[in-house]
Design a protein around this ligand. Structure first.
Ligand code: SF4
Length: 402
């Protein structure tokens, strides 16, 4: 993994210089867009394209603006969720070119956990304070058609309070086909079995030409949108994601963000936006020479900052990824528009297999410390951004007057 030098990052981060001075130093066309964003005007896709390409004083002004807008819109508290990832199978036939996690079922390290093994992992997570279980896996044709529903039923029976965040749109597509059900009834069935929300993964870049290169067997853009909007309408919220840093152009990123914003305008069902840097090391895309490694650092901060401004008034929560960026850069991104540090995870394997080097688990104490390193308080949240602490009982006199 190559990183930009630390000094290069510190040079673009806010340093107490008033925003007006930062804007004055930027080119007029950039300063105009940034000033419009500060005043609450929506920026359009053309303006976003400008922002995705800035450098020098323009970039410093962009990041300072995103930091101020984040402060105005969601405050200074950094949120995080105590959760555990469970990747219940790594067997998958889809063959995404960016994925180093999948295995063929005959490979020696292929696995499929049964319900008892999954429940044991959840039990351990709850012992460590988890409020959420995040489950995704490979697309494994050996699993029975009812696997996803049965898993939810088993978890719900054992842990009625636990929030189950599970099954990407690719898994929903596959599961609904296996059960020969349209998306709506299938999602309703999963919701009624205990599904609390779904990861907005399998999005990568929502452009079918790009998807053809990345994974031609994967859920296409239209189906992804249909699954996500159907879920939202059924009261199943989701995250929204972007995988960047592979074969895409800035125009693809801008169109992807515009699509997410349109969906949010329509449904309001996205809880957050999570940009996910592509980890290239152990992937087919890299081995075949289809991608050039890009250094971690300044480009990530630029993308976060531009996303904060473009999604203003639409998606409030911008989540950094310590898994993809490493902890220090993730902490720096809190000064470039991010307000959420993601989850503790406890068992992160998808990015690790691709070559990520940040480990599998970050404790709540570490998240608090990383937030403090950039001068920010941190607070645990639920999956849906509520305070997980039990509410104090009302004082007797309040009860008397209720
Ligand atoms: S990203 Fe998911 S669907 Fe694609 S190959 Fe990997 S496990 Fe399979």
């Amino acid at each position: 993994m190559i990183d930009d030098p630390r000094e290069a990052l510190l040079a673009v981060l806010p340093d107490g210089t008033p925003l007006e001075r930062r804007l004055a130093a930027a080119r007029p066309e950039i300063a105009r867009v940034l000033a419009a964003a500060v005043s609450g005007e929506r920026i359009d896709t053309e303006q976003l394209l400008l922002l995705l390409d800035v450098s020098g004083a323009d970039l410093t002004a962009l990041i300072a603006t995103a930091d101020q807008v984040r402060h105005t819109d969601v405050g200074d508290v950094v949120t995080y969720v105590v959760n555990r990832n469970v990747n219940f199978t790594n067997v998958c036939f889809v063959g995404c070119q960016f994925c180093a996690f999948k295995r063929q079922r005959w490979e020696s390290d292929a696995y499929t956990h049964d319900n008892d093994a999954i429940l044991a992992k959840i039990d351990e997570a709850i012992g460590r304070g988890a409020t959420e279980i995040c489950m995704q896996g490979g697309i494994n044709p050996q699993m029975p058609a009812t696997t996803y529903r049965d898993l939810l039923v088993a978890i719900r029976a054992a842990y009625p309070q636990l929030h189950i965040h599970a099954f990407s749109p690719m898994e929903i597509l596959y599961g609904s086909r296996r059960m020969n059900m349209p998306f709506g009834p299938y999602l309703e069935m999963l919701r009624d079995a205990g599904l609390g929300s779904i990861p907005g993964t399998a999005a990568e870049i929502l452009d079918d030409d790009v998807r053809e290169i990345l994974s031609h067997k994967k859920v296409d853009t239209a189906a992804w949108v249909e699954i996500i909007t159907t879920a939202h309408r059924l009261g199943i919220p989701s995250t929204s994601t972007l995988m960047y840093g592979h074969v895409e152009t800035t125009a693809h990123i801008a169109a992807h963000l515009a699509l997410l914003r349109r969906i949010q305008d329509e449904t309001g069902g996205f809880t957050e936006f999570v940009p996910l840097r592509f980890i290239h090391d152990n992937t087919v895309l890299y081995r075949r020479g289809l991608v050039e490694p890009r250094p971690r650092g300044v480009a990530d901060l630029r993308l976060y900052a531009a996303s904060r401004l473009f999604l203003r008034g639409s998606i409030d929560n911008l989540q950094t990824s310590w898994v993809k960026l490493g902890h220090e850069l993730a902490a720096f991104s809190l000064q470039a528009g991010c307000n959420d540090f993601g989850g503790t995870l406890m068992e992160e394997s998808i990015s690790r297999e691709a070559g990520a080097d940040a480990g599998e688990y970050t404790s709540a104490e570490e998240i608090v410390a990383w937030s403090a390193s950039v001068g920010r308080p941190a607070r645990q949240r639920t999956t849906l951004y509520a305070d997980p602490r039990p509410r104090p009982s009302p004082a007797p006199e309040l009860v008397a007057h209720a």
